[in-house]
Design a protein around this ligand. Structure first.
Ligand SMILES: *Cc1c(COP(=O)(O)O)cnc(C)c1O
Length: 332
């Protein structure tokens, strides 16, 4: 796959327009969108999106992973951003039909087709700083993406930040541009000051998540991760990995994890940590940086438990094992 993640797009996308109701969806060229410069989204950030993937199956078919979960989250973000309510059946049709349209362009695993449903408020009304956009557009961008680990499996460096916040505490469950924009300055500072790959936000001294992924700690047969609340994004990957861990008898602890406990556990030789999300499934964390000091997680290298969790989920996504949980939507 040429180019960086998310820079290649299939030439057409499904689109629907809201004006008191959603228009019949259609396929249009994906290289441009006509918006009034006064469009609500450009000024007041009325926008949210989703990220999910379609995978080439071992038997040659194509399947989308946990589409229902992602659409439900899209609808939830939509409500939290005061955008027009989605028609779930229509959004599902737009995703399925556009992937079906490009079935032959879904690359073989470990590459995949990344699907980016997007919802924006389009009303040309800069006076509506404190009111919702009465018009909107939703569209489904498709982007073939390569193997996340094609450059080898490096261990990430995370800066623990107990001062900055990723987003407003009651807005964590929105998958939307505003949250990414507000996290960015913290991430840039961490890159410049500590050569960190990501910031692990720890408001009040407790681990939350990074700018775009959830955090898990694996200590022996226990997986520790923050319990669900409205301060952070509830990852579909997080949930899926926890279910697999439970099913194979691991102990899953969803609870608060303080920086002190994290650093104490990380020093144990077999401890592992990871960032979970659709792009990578789970990427190993090797180093934690806090108050100017560096702490290795275990031996600082990618470990076998996290590697195994990823292999197990990939096996389901790629159709190498039976889909006993009905996580796949076949496109035939
Ligand atoms: C998308 C996202 C995640 C990961 O969610 P998945 O459903 O696992 O891809 C985690 N945190 C944030 C802030 C996100 O935007």
């Amino acid at each position: 796959m040429a180019g960086e993640f998310g820079t290649q797009f299939l030439p057409q996308m499904a689109i629907s327009y809201y004006e008191g109701g959603w228009s019949q969806e259609k396929m249009v060229p994906s290289d441009s969108l006509t918006l009034h410069p006064g469009a609500h989204v450009l000024h007041y950030a009325s926008t949210c999106f989703e990220g999910l993937k379609a995978f080439r199956q071992a038997d040659g078919g194509v399947a989308i992973f946990r589409m229902d979960k992602n659409i439900a989250r899209f609808a939830q973000s939509t409500r939290l951003m005061c955008l027009p309510e989605l028609d779930i059946a229509q959004t599902e049709r737009m995703i399925v039909d556009s992937v079906a349209h490009y079935k032959d362009s879904v690359p073989d695993a470990p590459a995949s087709l990344y699907i980016r449903p997007t919802h924006i408020g389009t009303e040309p009304a800069i006076g509506k700083a404190a009111a919702r956009s009465d018009t909107a557009i939703q569209y489904i961008l498709l982007s073939p993406v390569g193997d996340y680990f094609s450059g080898g499996e490096a261990s990430l460096r995370l800066l623990l930040d107990d001062q900055g916040v990723r987003c407003g505490p009651d807005h964590g469950m929105v998958k939307g541009g505003g949250n990414y924009a507000s996290a960015l300055k913290h991430i840039e500072r961490a890159r410049a000051s500590a050569n960190a790959d990501q910031v692990l936000f720890c408001p009040g001294g407790n681990v939350q998540e990074t700018g775009a992924a959830n955090f898990i700690l694996v200590d022996g047969d226990e997986v520790i991760t923050k319990s669900l609340d409205e301060s952070f994004l509830h990852g579909v990957t997080r949930e899926s990995l926890l279910e697999l861990a439970r099913d194979k008898g691991m102990k899953v602890s969803e609870r608060e994890l303080s920086i002190d406990e994290l650093l104490e556990r990380a020093a144990r030789p077999h401890c592992e940590a990871g960032l979970t999300g659709t792009a990578a499934v789970v990427a190993a964390v090797g180093t934690l940086i806090h108050d100017g000091r560096e702490y290795k997680v275990g031996d600082g290298k990618p470990g076998p438990v996290i590697r195994n969790m990823r292999d197990e989920l990939n096996a389901i996504q790629w159709g190498n094992v039976p889909d006993t949980r009905q996580w796949l939507t076949r496109i035939d």
